[in-house]
Design a protein around this ligand. Structure first.
Ligand code: B12
Length: 469
């Protein structure tokens, strides 16, 4: 059987003129995970529209499309196209799980939730000619899944080909997060076995890894065993965690010893009422500054993530946030305009209050205001968000943030990194266009590599490479 797997892209990611580096970071891991359930005799082609032009003159028997919010319309157009050509088209992923009624109009079969049980069940039914219209995930278990089909990934098209996930979901329940909608009706946080995770790491060439897990430190026992196992594997890695997991016990020290060199932290907001609106209980009352100092002392770079537009935000929120991020020497920041994803508690409450402005999902990219604001006018919010990026990455603030470090070496490295990354988007664009991204990997590994003792570790260089939003 001929199977075509597609990760569609939104327009911006496909621009022939300028393509932001963030779209060339990670390969389509979800589809490569699903491909592992296909028969070895199947002829599979996996195409990621973020990094390549789709071939559409083919005649696959089965087309598998992954849908998330901003690529939904493109995914539906591709699905319609292949159905007209006579292929059997199936749709799954986060957006399909949130809005099955919308997706079903464009598919022969749709999938709700993770695909580790439903996709193999479908394949069996499909071969027997009895495929159903809808498959709903019920088994939440990734302990014994087949090896991700990394051979289908075109590694040379990505800056970070070694992305990996060893868990699904997260132990928390923030009202704006996709998670509760996607994992409705069952476990919403589960991990691989430590041995399977270590074996998967072992399969990856080179040194650098990027864990895409929502919360790598979320299961303390699992993470501790994973980091113990990784010690001596000579890896450097980046991942995400919450503040409360960073300050609890000595897990973060274990992570640093295992090779963690940068962490994505969702600070979201510095305002308690806003944290409560976002149900981000794990951040309430936590001393952010202590956690930051601890990370810096371990040589772990921090990519702080912030959301603007929660109801308690006022005009000063942008400056307050930037001042705080600079004072605390965050190396990189990603800012977002609050975005209610369908299926979330936030979307439900805003819809009830008549605050959802439209359903043009392409604009739900966290850079545009898609709901009726409360504390700020919509244009103030958009302008403030744009200003936040400009201000945080201005030379004066990069200089100020760098100067917060105690060690001179760290000052220089912070300055070079933050300046270098944000100011060289056109260089990244050139590298992408000339297909030179994979040649940058050794540089990334060298920069993230372990530095000697504690004193030197304090001066660890931050990654000059983008952190994901
Ligand atoms: C890596 C990543 C990216 C990468 C690229 C995506 C890629 N290459 O896969 C980049 C950096 C480009 C990116 C960008 C954005 N992202 Co993003 N990203 C992620 C991240 C961190 C990991 C995805 C992943 O690999 N997961 C692991 C794999 C194993 O899981 P999976 O992909 O979900 O696949 C499983 C199931 O979904 C299912 N499945 C998926 N497809 C199908 C299809 C079929 C037929 C079947 C049966 C099953 C199935 O089976 C798979 C195995 O269980 C997720 C967070 C997350 N935890 O998912 C956010 C996430 C997907 N991103 C999100 C968003 C909003 C964005 C942005 C719009 C935001 C922004 N401001 O940057 C942009 C725009 C992207 C665009 N082009 O439109 C949201 C999506 C919300 C939603 N409701 O759709 C998420 C969930 C993060 C969040 N905080 O909410 N992202």
């Amino acid at each position: 059987m001929k199977i075509k797997m597609i990760l569609p892209a939104l327009t911006e990611a496909k621009s022939p003129f300028r393509r932001p580096i963030k779209y060339s970071l990670f390969p389509p891991l979800g589809l490569a995970t699903l491909a592992a359930y296909c028969d070895p005799a199947d002829e599979i082609e996996l195409q990621d529209e973020h990094v390549e032009t789709l071939t559409t003159d083919d005649q696959p028997d089965l087309v598998v499309i992954q849908v998330y919010i901003t690529n939904a319309f493109r995914a539906y157009a591709l699905a319609d196209f292949y159905r007209r050509k006579g292929a059997y088209v199936i749709l799954g992923g986060l957006h399909v799980s949130s809005l099955p009624a919308e997706a079903i109009a464009h598919a022969d079969t749709i999938f709700i939730g993770p695909g580790e049980d439903t996709f193999p069940a479908f394949l069996k039914d499909f071969k027997n000619g009895v495929a159903r219209k809808i498959y709903v995930n019920s088994k939440r278990d990734i302990e014994h899944i087949p090896l991700v089909r990394r051979d289908l990934i075109k590694r040379n098209l990505y800056l970070v080909p070694n992305s990996i996930v060893v868990s699904r979901g997260c132990p928390h329940h923030c009202s704006f997060c996709y998670k509760d909608a996607f994992f409705k009706g069952g476990k919403s946080f589960y991990t691989q076995t430590v041995d399977a995770a270590l074996a998967e790491i072992d399969r990856l060439p080179g040194k650098h890894l990027y864990f895409l897990d929502d919360h790598l430190l979320g299961n303390q026992k699992f993470a501790a065993a994973l980091f113990d196992g990784m010690k001596g594997m000579n890896r450097v890695f980046q991942g995400a965690s919450t503040i409360d997991a960073i300050v609890r016990g000595d897990l973060i020290e274990k992570a640093a010893d295992a090779g963690m060199r940068s962490v994505f932290v969702g600070f979201e907001t510095l305002n308690k009422a806003n944290l409560a609106q976002g149900n981000k209980k794990q951040n309430i009352g936590k001393n952010y500054t202590d956690a930051i100092k601890r990370l810096h002392s371990l040589g772990i770079m921090i990519n702080g993530s912030f959301v603007f537009g929660l109801d308690d935000d006022d005009k000063d929120v942008f400056k307050r946030t930037i001042d705080w991020a600079v004072e605390n020497a965050l190396t990189t920041c990603t800012f977002h305009i609050l975005t209610p994803y369908p299926g979330t508690a936030l979307f439900a409450s805003m819809e009830k209050e008549g605050r959802i402005l439209h359903r043009n999902w392409e604009q739900y990219d966290t850079r545009q205001v898609v709901y009726k604001t409360v504390g700020l006018q919509a244009d103030e919010l958009k302008k403030g968000y744009d200003w936040a990026y400009q201000s945080f990455y201005s030379w004066s603030n990069i200089y100020k943030a760098s100067m917060q470090h105690e060690q001179f070496k760290q000052v220089i490295k912070h300055f070079a990194y933050a300046g270098g990354w944000k100011k060289f988007e056109s260089l990244w664009n050139f590298i992408i266009k000339t297909q030179g991204l994979n040649k940058m990997l050794p540089l990334l590994e060298a920069i993230l590599s372990r530095v000697g003792g504690k004193q030197e570790r304090e001066a660890t260089v931050a990654s000059p490479f983008p952190a994901i939003a």
